[in-house]
Write a protein that binds this ligand. Structure first.
Ligand code: NAG
Ligand code: NAG
Ligand code: NAG
Length: 401
């Protein structure tokens, strides 16, 4: 196992072992009432302050017992004198209804060595989605994101269940060393912009064993995501596992070294997607390895779309300036819900290069009729059994094995 990934998992083991002996602060002792109606935000924050301020050996613990706790909004800030804090949640934390329209609901920021073990977060986004579905658009407030890890290091989220977030369920931003393991994300397939796990400007991120069904990307990675390891994810309904959208604005930071392994996509709109706006803004996607992937009835199983420009507004003639290189698809099998199972629609100004396909078998429909590949400005090589046959163009500079 790579050294840096070991950090967060070792931290998890350490916290689990020492949880029992650590100083522990129950939110109930700070005034929380498990009636689902009393706002417990103050009690949660006081318990956090106590744990975070504890000096001593081993992590301090915040304990949320079983029951339903309404929390209007909470921002848990570090750095902590205790060094590490374990937040152990047995119950369910409820977001307020009607929605307050805050951008963020529960936030951990500037922390180093926090683990959140267990718990259900219920974002109760139904009323907000209704506003969006009714065409409310800009008159609806911000889509509140349920859980955000911001400017933090060495964070473990283990055994979290996040349901019905109004917006993105879990966001990791400007952080390093975050492990999200044994997670369940659940929201309806038609709930708008409810991405499961969203990564931005962060590195050394592990997502392992997640079951995600939602209304947008199951996992999305945007600018500045690097050294990301995703393994053992089931996605559906949803929009798949996505890199992007990139290139909407200038000042893009690269997306690098992404591993996606042992994932199943079922009934999703996309499977493995890389997407950038058809705008000249420069940027880079370098080093993405997809392997051991099962697709079941996925509309666009493998897709690179560099010509994204909804409604042709503000980008109709530009090619994407995002360079996409060194992307591999290994051992991908299953069914496509549309005839085009593989689509590399790359930029005329920045063609995709170094694409590798190795043992890909995708058929159209349950009976696996012959599917097609589509390539535009896409360079690379195919090895082994690749069905539908690759349409990647060969590149002179490319080294053959
Ligand atoms: C790529 O990321 C993984 C973690 O996902 C890390 O272990 C590995 O060292 C990284 N590779 C490079 C070349 O940085
Ligand atoms: C391609 O990306 C992988 C990570 O996915 C990395 O290990 C490898 O070194 C890269 N190869 C080149 C030629 O850059
Ligand atoms: C956008 O513009 C392109 C090129 O001019 C055209 O082929 C395409 O049909 C247009 N799409 C829409 C949705 O207007």
């Amino acid at each position: 196992m790579p050294a840096r990934r070991r950090t967060s998992l070792a931290l998890l083991a350490h916290l689990c072992v020492s949880l029992a002996s650590a100083a522990s602060y129950s939110v109930v002792d700070y005034g929380a009432v498990a009636d689902g109606r009393t706002d417990c935000a103050g009690a949660f924050l006081r318990a956090w302050a106590a744990a975070c301020g504890t000096e001593g050996e081993g992590p301090a613990a915040v304990v949320v017992p079983a029951g339903e706790f309404l929390v209007s909004r909470a921002r848990f800030s570090g750095p902590c004198r205790s060094g590490a804090v374990a937040v152990s949640i047995a119950g369910t934390v409820l977001a307020p209804v009607p929605y307050a329209g805050a951008q963020l609901w529960i936030v951990f920021q500037n922390v180093d060595g926090v683990s959140v073990i267990g718990g259900t977060l219920d974002g109760r986004g139904q009323a907000y989605w209704a506003c969006r579905r009714a065409g409310g658009g800009s008159s609806c407030p911000a889509a509140t994101r349920s859980l955000t890890i911001y400017r933090s290091r060495n964070v473990v989220i283990q055994g979290l269940t996040s349901v019905n977030s109004a917006g993105i369920h879990v966001t990791v931003q400007a952080s390093t060393g975050v492990a999200i393991v044994d997670t369940v994300v659940s929201a309806p397939g038609d709930s708008p912009n409810t991405d499961g796990i969203h990564i931005k400007q962060s590195s050394d991120i592990t997502i392992r064993n997640a079951v995600v069904g939602t209304g947008d990307d199951c996992i999305s990675m945007v600018e500045g995501s690097s050294d990301v390891w995703i393994q053992g994810v089931t996605c559906g309904p949803g929009h798949g596992i996505s890199i992007g959208s990139l290139g909407d604005t200038p000042e893009q930071v690269a997306v690098r070294n992404i591993t996606v392994k042992a994932v199943t996509l079922a009934g999703t709109t996309n499977g493995l997607r890389i997407k950038s706006w058809a705008k000249a803004n420069s940027g880079l996607v370098d080093g993405v390895a997809f392997s051991d992937v099962v697709m079941r009835n996925v509309r666009n199983p493998i897709i690179v779309d560099q010509n994204y420009c909804p409604g042709n507004v503000s980008c109709p003639t530009e090619g994407s300036g995002i360079k996409i290189t060194n992307v591999s698809y290994t051992d991908v099998e299953g069914t496509s819900a549309t005839p085009v199972a593989v689509r590399f629609n790359c930029s005329p100004s920045q063609p995709c290069t170094g694409i590798t396909m190795r043992n890909v078998w995708l058929g159209y429909g349950e009976r696996r009729r012959a599917a097609e590949s589509f390539c535009r400005n896409a360079y690379g090589v195919a090895y082994g059994h690749v069905v539908p046959p690759s349409c990647l163009a060969h590149q002179e500079m490319f080294c053959y094995k």
